[in-house]
Ligand binder design. Structure first.
Ligand SMILES: Cc1cc2nc3c(=O)[nH]c(=O)nc-3n(C[C@H](O)[C@H](O)[C@H](O)COP(=O)(O)O)c2cc1C
Length: 221
């Protein structure tokens, strides 16, 4: 698989089979992903991979907690600005519309949306997950480094025939994740990532993208 194909075929997959992901595959991917760039080569990501019984336990704890309507954990970072401005607000709401209409859920059907959202904490059925932490003393450039690292992981997963879904949703129940992962106190949970084999029986609509000239400007002679 070439890089273009990996980029094109990567998408946030929200339906996986229960086929286990071999440990060697995950090690191969994470060994290669370590070559992702970072400012001054600080490599600020700290990753925990969870599979098997510990993942089953984490899914159970998290799904039960969310289903019971427990409040989210206190935030360690804001996922979005409180009132995103244009064009971000429009893009975000277009995404929400596409996602819920593909699931046949009406926008105002809050309960059905909650039911769909709860699949996040079941890793959408995936048999592996990783949790990406970052030291609380580090700043925006290091968070950007972590993003580059995570995209590198997701592209390498494509080369292995695997799919993924990055999930900030896990940060909402970070203390539940901590019960299983037991991270050092100085770390903040940025996001989780479900990893596995796509369940092709489930519809997985493609998201769109802004036209190139909305996000890229060429300055030439
Ligand atoms: C940092 C990050 C966090 C995300 N968190 C979630 C999440 O919690 N749940 C979810 O279903 N999708 C999540 N996504 C997936 C995005 O919704 C998805 O990447 C975006 O809509 C574009 O779609 P695509 O990845 O299929 O191209 C996240 C993506 C990123 C990069």
């Amino acid at each position: 698989m070439d890089v273009y194909q990996a980029v094109r075929t990567r998408r946030a997959v929200r339906g996986f089979t229960d086929r286990p992901v071999p440990r060697e595959t995950l090690e191969r991917v994470l060994t290669a992903a370590a070559w992702a760039p970072s400012g001054s080569n600080m490599q600020p990501w700290r990753v925990f991979v969870v599979t098997g019984a510990p993942l089953a336990q984490l899914k159970k704890l998290a799904v039960e907690r969310v289903a019971a309507g427990d409040p989210w954990d206190e935030r360690q970072y804001e996922m979005y600005p409180p009132k995103p401005k244009s064009p971000y607000a429009e893009r975000r709401s277009a995404f929400g519309k596409e996602r819920y209409s593909a699931l046949g859920i009406a926008r105002e059907d809050w309960e059905a949306r909650q039911r769909a959202a709860i699949a996040n904490w079941d890793c959408f059925g995936a048999s592996a997950a990783l949790f990406c932490y970052i030291d609380r003393d580090l700043g925006a450039p290091q968070w950007a480094d972590a993003g580059m690292y995570l995209q590198t992981v997701m592209l390498l997963l494509r080369a292995e025939g695997l799919h993924s879904c990055p999930q900030m949703a896990w940060s909402q129940v970070r203390t539940t994740v901590a019960e299983v992962v037991k991270p050092p106190a100085e770390l903040i949970l940025f996001c989780g990532m479900s990893i596995g084999y796509q369940d092709v029986a489930l519809a997985s609509p493609r998201t769109g993208r802004a036209p190139l000239d909305e996000t890229v400007t060429f300055i030439t002679d």
